[in-house]
Design a binder for this molecule. Structure first.
Ligand code: PLP
Length: 592
């Protein structure tokens, strides 16, 4: 983006400085997970990507001459038939006012016509219901950076509110709730409301999440236009998440059912015929053991950590966030440790608990959770009375290339978010496809995994969404659980007293204070159910043949979670196109 006029007048230095300013727009990727940080640079980035994408779309549409007998004046009637803009979260929500600007200001179209085209072109996928994650930009920032888009948004909102007022006369509170503009000391633009209003379809990413979208965040919008709301359960690509990362498992599957499952994952259900096939059971168990040995060797070589490859690999990998409840896992680990110390002669199933994930740099509690995991590990891993029975490893720098290594080696997949908080999850699907059993709550896509495999083939525990709602009405009081459950009290007292941080005894006071006094994700309320469920995990792991039979049932039931199925549904039910047979490209393998 060298400024040519600067070059023409010979001011090379100014031109280079300008270019640096322009390049700053794409210099940094905001690292938050499920959190809205209203930084000006981020808004500039979002507009930059939207503007460039729409210019590209319009250029292609015009050069293809769709539906236009008069190439001088492009006919936009066919635009929504030829173009679909799927808004992946609200981050590209500016597409709506930007497309309106292009049609009305540049193409001189009437507002009504432009609005119809925009709505038929755009569709919106919601990815979270956590209020702190929803984009709400200050109007003042738009006044400064995007004044024309602000005018357009005001007009969109005025027409929308006129429509609401006509449907619900006198309901002023509804107008306030449904407005794109939130009034207050800081006027804000609710980008999710803009997306719903400017789209012909709105979807959640798992069945339970799509239901929550309809009866909580967008309840008023659903009441007004129920036919807009859809579900598209997420999926994962079997090329990367089976063939590439787990060729051993792909091989033993192909020996039984051929290779067509690679492009039609529903064919995995043919494996149900082999649940009692002793050779297949042995082969699946053997592949898992080989993957565990290979991963153990990798950890030792790269990070100098020695783990016991015959222990249960209990894996909890995902971004560090309070709602994902890594702290619930920590409380299980601490309690297991206390039981082992109390009763050293008792037989325990050896476990290697591996927790991995990145904390956003500005998220203090997430960093404290990592500190807690490594601190618990320092005590437990160096306790001679514990030995190989329990190890706690924090997996650094969790990323796709690392996920491809650890997931094929996992026995147990931890999916333990508070019911109603994880929109879908996709890690849960990767583990299921790679022969790990799931310990999880009835949240996100876990619900559909349990439906596909049978609830008895997952380790489901804890509060359902309705239970969480009821507890909210009663009022969640962490202290009640602390006082009633001795093992929970012991674990919390250890955190308070510095048992796991002897050189800095006050280290975890913020964590304890949060858990005891303002835990939005109700860790203690699921502690007892989680401990009992982990007991059932141990009992099954003692019966390797039974364990592997459940693994096979899970793999056989994972076909629904192919992204091929997901994309086919978006094509038919939102974009109005039939998916055609295309050559599926191989996964790309970035240098690590
Ligand atoms: C799949 C994946 C995720 C998403 O995991 P969830 O458990 O669904 O939160 C996050 N990070 C990486 C590197 C992944 O591969």
């Amino acid at each position: 983006m060298l400024s040519l006029s600067s070059v023409n007048v010979g001011d090379y230095i100014e031109a280079v400085l300008d270019r640096n300013l322009a390049e700053n727009i794409s210099r940094v990727l905001y690292p938050n997970d499920n959190f809205f940080e209203g930084k000006e640079l981020r808004l500039k980035q979002e507009y930059f990507v939207v503007a460039a994408t729409l210019q590209d779309i319009i250029r292609r549409f015009k050069s293809s001459n769709f539906g236009s007998r008069d190439p001088v004046r492009t006919c936009f009637e066919t635009f929504p038939d030829k173009v679909a803009i799927q808004l992946n979260d609200t981050h590209p929500a500016l597409s709506i006012p930007e497309l309106m600007r292009i049609l009305v200001d540049m193409e001189k179209m009437e507002w009504e016509k432009a609005w119809e085209i925009t709505k038929r072109t755009c569709a919106y996928t919601n990815h979270t219901v956590l209020p702190e994650a929803l984009e709400r930009w200050p109007v003042s920032m738009f006044e400064k950076l995007l004044p024309r888009h602000l005018e357009i948004i005001y007009t969109i909102n005025q027409r929308h509110l006129d429509h609401v007022a006509a449907l619900y006369p006198g309901d002023l509170d509804r107008l306030r709730r449904m407005s794109v503009i939130e009034e207050g000391d800081c006027k804000r633009i609710n980008m999710a409301h803009l997306c719903v209003i400017g789209s012909h379809a709105v979807n959640g990413v798992a069945r339970i999440h799509s239901e929550i979208v309809k009866n909580s965040v967008f309840k008023d919008f659903y009441e007004m236009e129920p036919e807009k709301f859809q579900n598209k359960t997420n999926g994962i690509t079997p090329r990367r998440w089976l063939l590439l990362c787990n060729p051993g498992l792909a091989g033993v599957i192909a020996e039984k059912i051929g290779e067509d499952f690679v492009t039609d994952l529903s064919q995995l259900k043919k494996l149900l015929d082999f649940v009692n096939d002793e050779v297949f059971i042995r082969d699946v168990a053997k592949v898992k053991q080989e993957n565990k040995l290979k991963f153990s060797a990798y950890l030792e070589e790269k990070y100098k950590v020695k783990i016991n490859p015959s222990s249960m690999f209990d894996v909890h990998v995902k971004r560090i966030h309070e709602y994902k409840r890594q702290l619930l896992n920590c409380l299980h680990i601490i309690t297991l440790y206390n039981r082992m110390r109390k009763d050293p002669s008792k037989s325990f199933v050896p476990r290697t608990v591996m927790i991995g994930g990145k904390a956003a740099p500005g998220y203090h509690m997430a960093k404290m959770i990592i500190k807690l995991i490594t601190s618990i590990g320092d005590v437990i891993n160096n306790d001679p009375y514990i030995g190989d029975k329990l190890k706690v490893i924090f997996l650094e720098n969790y990323r796709v290339s690392f996920a491809e290594k650890v997931i094929p080696a996992a026995d147990l997949s931890q999916q333990i978010s508070t019911a109603g908080t994880e929109a879908s999850g996709t890690g849960n699907m990767k583990f299921m496809l790679n022969g790990a059993l799931t310990i999880g709550t009835m949240d996100g896509a876990n619900v559909e995994m349990a439906e596909e495999a049978g609830e008895e083939n997952l380790f489901i525990f804890g509060m359902r969404v309705e239970d969480v709602e009821e507890l909210d009405k009663r009022g969640y009081n962490a202290r009640e659980y602390y006082e009633r459950i001795p093992e929970l009290r012991q674990a919390i007292d250890q955190l308070s007293s510095g048992f796991f941080s002897p050189r800095d005894p006050g280290c975890f006071r913020d964590v304890v204070n949060m858990l005891m006094n303002h835990d939005r994700f109700k860790v203690f309320a699921d502690y007892q159910a989680y401990m009992e469920c982990q007991g059932r995990v141990d009992q099954l792991y003692r019966k390797p043949r039974e364990w592997t039979k459940k693994v096979i049932k899970n793999i056989a039931s994972s076909g629904k979670f192919s992204s091929d199925r997901t994309i086919t549904e978006y094509s038919r039910e939102i974009w109005g196109v039939e998916p055609s047979a295309v050559k599926i490209p191989p996964p790309n393998i970035p240098r690590d």
